[in-house]
Design a protein around this ligand. Structure first.
Ligand code: UGA
Length: 459
């Protein structure tokens, strides 16, 4: 099918590449001219595992092209809107870009189009889209509007798109539902050639859930808010563990064994970040407020999350006493591993707080340093984890990249000024760290000193 994707961010680019991979003819547009020319020249505007290879493959096969919004609107029988919906100062989602695209479709398209909102939008945005398409239509456009929320995680978005647990569509006409079913048929049947797994693990066919537009829109916000609530919940349990002398990793394990709770998203740490959870929780609170529902539960989720940075800084202060003039290593800047995305990354907030108190930061991240430099230039950016730790009074692990787990601790011990690791993600093996003479401080009562090494490794 001829499909268009408007917006080449994480979601749009993954959507365009994967839809082309499963056999569709896709045109993807981007309004940022610099980004667009990079994509047209075969470059990548962002880091996302596997995406570059998939794009190369489908472009070579002639199934993916990049260009302007106008060209995209003219191309596709179905148009996916994947533009940004950033937060406004009052927490509402800014729907400016969506409105602009609706206007452009209304003015530029003729015949029939299925307009699909994939960007995360407040409930009833579909109704607004319908209204604006009809108000601005000048060339006899016939259309349906549908919602198709994405559940892609940055870092694993290609796999998430091609092997989803569920595909949710919200359509208010049989025609729209049928088109979406046809678009996703190769994924529902898992009948495409998988570009990332040589012997693709059969993950079970995804569930195709068709609802009305309003319900589909709500599913997205409710899912993200629920996951954020799980994280804030375990972060509060971690605080309690620290006071009463319990170990949050054991508490989380015990809780997660109950299938009604499940073990995922129970990792405590410095709080959730990224461009989705913080803004989606805020937007969901506002949506509820405007509908007369006081969702104060989510206000607490947000408040707990905002408190994570200060609590972590307090932990650093407790250990180092005076921060002024101290050299501190920061391992990890991205809001989570396997991405270069630093938007709303707790690591950046922590660095700013430490700098405000006079600390000097030496930072390293495998992918996110270019983006971080634009946000906080006054940091010493280093080649690797060892260089970042050299001469420092503490190493703070703020993003749980796999390579930090593989550090040669005995080598590291010779480089630091003081052997102290503060693990903001409970990602490191305590035994490895303390048996090499480091004092280890984790989140939620999982700290250990070198003296406890033999007890931990059972000798
Ligand atoms: C999230 C959702 O997981 C996706 O389903 C959704 O499609 C996406 O938002 C979106 O709305 O577009 P993402 O933001 O890529 O995906 O990242 P997550 O893996 O969900 O992590 C979000 C944040 O929570 C990160 O800062 C992570 O470090 C933190 N987190 C996650 C924890 O602190 N603890 C956990 O146990 C899990």
């Amino acid at each position: 099918m001829k499909l268009s994707v408007i917006g080449a961010g994480y979601v749009g680019l993954t959507t365009a590449a994967c839809l082309a991979q499963v056999g569709h003819d896709v045109f993807c547009s981007e309004s940022d001219v610099e980004k667009l020319s990079k994509l047209q020249d075969g470059g990548m505007p962002l880091f996302e595992p596997h995406l570059e290879d998939v794009i190369k493959g489908v472009r070579k096969a002639g199934r993916l092209r990049f260009g302007s919004t106008e060209e995209a609107i003219a191309w596709g029988d179905a148009i996916f809107i994947c533009v940004g919906t950033p937060p406004l100062p009052n927490g509402d989602a800014d729907l400016c870009a969506i409105e602009g695209v609706a206007r452009a479709i209304a003015k530029g398209a003729s015949g029939y189009r299925l307009v699909i909102e994939k960007s995360t939008v407040p409930v009833q945005t579909g109704a607004q889209l319908r209204k604006h398409l009809s108000v601005h239509s000048t060339s006899g456009l016939r259309y349906d509007v549908a919602s198709n929320p994405e559940f892609l995680r940055e870092g694993t978005s290609v796999g998430d798109f091609l092997h989803p647990d569920r595909i949710v569509i919200g359509a208010d006409s049989p025609r729209a539902a049928a088109i979406l079913r046809e678009i996703y048929e190769p994924i529902i049947k898992q009948s495409f050639t998988c570009p990332i797994h040589s012997d693709c693990p059969k993950r079970g066919d995804p569930i195709f859930l068709a609802t009305d537009t309003n319900s589909a829109e709500l599913i997205k916000h409710a899912s993200n808010s629920f996951l954020a609530m799980k994280i804030s919940f375990i972060n509060m349990v971690a605080n309690l563990c620290e006071v009463v002398g319990a170990d949050v990793t054991m508490v989380a394990e015990g809780m997660g064994l109950d299938p009604r709770i499940g073990s995922s998203f129970l990792n405590p740490g410095i709080g959730f970040g990224g461009f989705c959870f913080p803004k989606d929780v805020q937007a969901f609170i506002r949506i509820a407020e405007k509908s007369g529902c006081d969702f104060s539960l989510l206000k607490e989720v947000e408040k707990i999350n905002q408190g994570r940075v200060e609590r972590f800084v307090e932990q650093v202060r407790n250990e180092l006493w005076v921060l002024r003039g101290k050299k501190i290593a920061v391992w990890g800047l991205a809001f989570k591993p396997n991405t270069d995305d630093v938007r709303f990354a707790p690591a950046l907030s922590i660095i700013r707080r430490l700098q405000a108190e006079g600390a000097h930061i030496q930072a390293y991240d495998p992918e996110a340093m270019e983006k971080a430099k634009k946000e906080i230039p006054d940091v010493t950016y280093c080649q690797d984890a060892y260089e970042a730790a050299t001469g420092t009074d503490a190493v703070l692990l703020l993003t749980e990249w796999e390579e930090f787990r593989k550090v040669d601790w005995s080598r590291l011990a010779t480089l630091v000024e003081r052997p102290l690791i503060i693990d903001g993600r409970n990602a490191l093996l305590r035994e490895d760290v303390v048996s090499n003479g480091f004092h280890y401080i984790g989140i939620g009562g999982v700290s250990a000193t070198p003296k406890e090494a033999s007890a931990l490794i059972g000798t």
